[in-house]
Design a protein around this ligand. Structure first.
Ligand SMILES: Nc1ncnc2c1ncn2[C@@H]1O[C@H](COP(=O)(O)OP(=O)(O)O)[C@@H](O)[C@H]1O
Ligand SMILES: [Mg+2]
Length: 241
């Protein structure tokens, strides 16, 4: 469960990139965070994960404040950032072992888990190569494997489908469904409306730092236009502001 309480953030004085955001992502749900480019999705996700400091408000992950108990809060989630270009000098296996160390995964468990995840995403045979030799999609996959290795209760993913081939994208969506079904939480940002509509139990739409809608797609259709296409609804909600 993720609770975002009255959270604001400015990079430049007087211009709030996230403005008094309130959201609750419950256990057992897949929550999609939608909005046009520059809306404030990544800024929000960086605050949830403790990469950026929060100016005002607080964020709790399974009850632990990322501000006051950052280490405890960080144990409760796995994070896939918007760019997978990191640790490029490491071999895939070195990166995953590093992540296993960070999350204290017992030696006897980590080998099986690494094998299971990397076989699923078809990068098992690439683990002895440096990440810098990987394609964008492969980098995305290894970061996902690293984030899921410790079996975190809350998944936080920033545009996770970007660069994934159709099969991996399908597999990831299935894994997200399974994860939510087992009572855990998935929070992800996307600008692909069709993905959100098929996958999410609820969505939040952010525009210019402000939450402009939260609810199910059905509620969104009822609130705005009954028969409008998803794209029209999205444009109407975000352009009216
Ligand atoms: N490091 C930064 N310095 C200054 N402004 C930033 C920085 N990162 C993002 N912004 C601004 O904050 C706003 C929200 O950006 P972002 O959270 O990246 O949006 P999204 O992920 O929804 O595309 C934008 O106006 C963007 O220009
Ligand atoms: Mg972003």
């Amino acid at each position: 469960m993720i609770e975002i309480k009255n959270v604001s953030k400015s990079y430049v004085k007087g211009k709030k990139s996230v403005d008094d955001l309130n959201l609750e992502i419950k256990n057992g749900e897949i929550f999609g965070f939608l909005g046009p480019n520059g809306a404030g999705k990544t800024t929000t996700i960086r605050m949830i994960t403790g990469i950026l400091n929060i100016d005002e408000g607080d964020i709790l992950i399974d009850g632990k404040s990322i501000k006051k108990e950052p280490l405890e809060a960080k144990k409760n989630f796995g994070f896939v950032p918007d760019s997978p270009d990191m640790f490029l000098k490491l071999k895939g296996i070195e990166y995953l072992m590093f992540m296993a160390d960070v999350y204290d995964i017992p030696q006897d468990k980590r080998k099986d888990k690494i094998e299971e995840l990397t076989k699923k995403f078809e990068i098992y045979n690439d683990l002895n190569n440096q990440i810098q030799s990987y394609s964008h999609g492969m980098r995305q996959k290894i970061v996902i494997c690293g984030a899921l290795l410790a079996e975190p209760k809350n998944w936080i993913l920033d545009e996770p489908m970007t660069g994934l081939d159709p099969k991996s994208s399908y597999d990831l969506k299935e894994m997200m469904r399974q994860h939510a079904k087992s009572g855990k939480t998935v929070f992800f940002s996307t600008h692909i409306l069709e993905v959100a509509e098929k996958l999410c139990d609820r969505v939040g739409i952010i525009n210019k730092g402000k939450l402009v809608f939260v609810g199910t797609f059905d509620e969104m259709k009822q609130k705005f236009k009954e028969n409008a296409s998803l794209e029209d609804l999205f444009l109407e909600i975000t352009e009216k502001q």
